[in-house]
Ligand binder design. Structure first.
Ligand code: AMP
Ligand code: MG
Length: 486
């Protein structure tokens, strides 16, 4: 059997950054899902797959020797309010595993019981949020978005108590790391430049090794994190994804999307869309995501100030100049993604008008974001036109679009193929997730969950078996509000 290569580099950094902490065993674990392709990518030995040993591992009931469980420390701004000590309150990192591609991945249990950071919480999760995170994070991966992954989900055989008693579950999350902006905030708040340097060097070596041997490694690192997050958020925007809780503790240093709590995909286009029940002022509305990402990155840059220059005014200048690049990175990535969605091979800044004008029409006529781009891809202008009430404006836009795409040097067929590769047929529509959660929670019925899991593996295919999943929610089905995963 192939040997698993693991390390515990974060634990080795010492108790400033994490505390050792074992999962609390659960009464009667049962499989909800096991992600075989991901297990293979991780080169996880077979005994830890969908076996009894695997079940005991992913329930937190019996950890193999290669695990060295810890809870990580971090701080964070929650809805702009700084909280100096958050940390893994319901997550336990087991090990960093070297995958088949040579890259290190954290294996983390979520909902495995209390930790030193639980702050009175039970460290557990109801089954619903586990189902949501499993489905949405894997769908995001299939859509090509940088994201944490879902390796396993098991029910605990125990109830958790929220407003009501709900069956509990544990999800196994995989990520390049769980280091967030909030981790840097926590370290910076110690006010010890030596520790900050040690930690930053560690993160650079682990995630941005190309910055290590440069003239200004910390500035290069800051720039690289800004670029990574700008690219991820542009990708979200191009798919209508709304994260819902972009607190600084929920933004990874790698740019991987993390924490699928009140997240949701927008259906009818409206840039002010908010789903999260706790986001009363719309801080994390669809169109606010780019400026919020910049706000978060500004908090990140502040943590690095002692490393950026000899004195603070000079460091602030350096950091400000780096932050100014966010908008360039974001605009370029957004333009590239949106022009690709419109079938434009080489987007140019002048195409911004074509993008924004169709979004205005979609907003006005409440057009389903995903359906519109998919139908436009399929060369069915008449059907696409039916999505709009304002036919005059639609036809005007359509002729401008046609003029733009016919000026290109590629065949219609090539364009259609390219568009279908970036405009998904299937996205995780909220009402489907909701139905799957209800069926699992109420009846222990995994059939819809399994179907959705399968369908969302290939979101760019038009599979007749999954045609019902491409339809937007009806009035009765529509989910207006989503909730945090606690
Ligand atoms: P989140 O909203 O998921 O980003 O979580 C914010 C903070 O609350 C993190 O420090 C979590 O670890 C903590 N937390 C959330 N749910 C629980 C829970 N059930 N028990 C303990 N801590 C929790
Ligand atoms: Mg979080």
């Amino acid at each position: 059997m192939a040997e698993l290569k693991v390390q515990h580099s974060l634990a080795v950094l010492g108790s400033t950054f994490s505390q050792s902490c074992s999962p609390t065993p659960v009464a009667a674990p049962e499989w909800l899902a096991f992600n075989q392709p991901l297990a293979d990518e991780l080169a996880l030995p077979e005994q830890y797959h969908a076996t009894a040993v695997g079940l005991a591992l992913f329930a937190g009931n019996n950890l193999p020797k290669w695990c060295q469980p810890i809870a990580q420390a971090y701080a964070g701004h929650q809805f702009a309010n700084y909280v100096p000590r958050l940390g893994d309150g319901r997550a336990i990192l087991l090990a960093e595993v070297k995958a088949a591609d040579g890259q290190l991945y954290d294996i983390q249990l979520k909902g495995a019981g209390p930790t030193p950071f639980s702050r009175g919480g039970d460290g557990r999760s109801p089954i619903g949020p586990v189902i949501r995170e499993y489905l949405v994070s894997e769908a995001m991966h299939a859509l090509g978005v940088p994201t944490t992954r879902a390796l396993a989900a098991v029910s605990s055989g125990e109830m958790v108590y929220r407003d009501e008693a709900l069956p509990g579950a544990i999800m196994t999350r995989v990520a390049k790391s769980h280091i967030r902006i909030g981790t840097f905030q926590y370290v910076a708040a110690l006010g010890d430049t030596a520790r900050l340097t040690e930690f930053t060097d560690y993160v650079i070596a682990r995630h941005y090794p190309q910055c290590a041997n440069q003239q200004q490694p910390y500035l290069k690192f800051l720039q690289a994190v800004i670029a990574a997050q700008a690219a991820t958020v542009a990708h979200w925007m191009s798919l209508g994804f709304i994260h819902g809780v972009m607190n600084t503790d929920n933004m990874t240093i790698t740019g991987e999307t993390i924490d699928y709590g009140p997240c949701a995909f927008m259906e009818a286009f409206d840039e002010k869309t908010v789903f999260s029940a706790i986001d009363r002022r719309g801080r994390y509305a669809y169109s606010n995501q780019p400026p919020v990402a910049l706000w978060n990155l500004t908090r990140f840059a502040e943590t690095l100030l002692p490393l950026l220059a000899a004195d603070q005014p000079a460091a602030i200048q350096v950091a400000s100049a780096a932050l100014e690049l966010f908008s360039q990175h974001y605009q370029a990535a957004y333009l590239q993604r949106m022009t690709a969605k419109l079938g434009i091979e080489h987007g140019v800044p002048e195409d911004a008008e074509l993008i924004s004008s169709v979004l205005v029409l979609m907003q006005q006529d409440k057009v389903d974001f995903t359906l519109f781009f998919r139908q436009l891809s399929s060369n069915k202008p008449a059907i696409t036109g039916e999505l709009f009430n304002d036919q005059n404006s639609w036809l005007n836009w359509f002729s401008a679009w046609q003029a733009r795409i016919t000026a290109q040097h590629r065949t219609d067929e090539q364009r259609v193929t390219a568009m279908q590769r970036v405009n998904p047929e299937l996205i995780p529509r909220n009402h489907l997730i909701q139905q799957a959660i209800e069926q699992v929670t109420r009846d222990g019925d995994l059939s819809l969950f399994n179907q959705l899991k399968q369908a969302w593996l290939t979101p760019f295919n038009s599979d007749p078996a999954f045609v019902a999943f491409s339809r937007p929610a009806s009035e009765q089905e529509r989910v207006q509000r989503t909730f945090c995963g606690t």
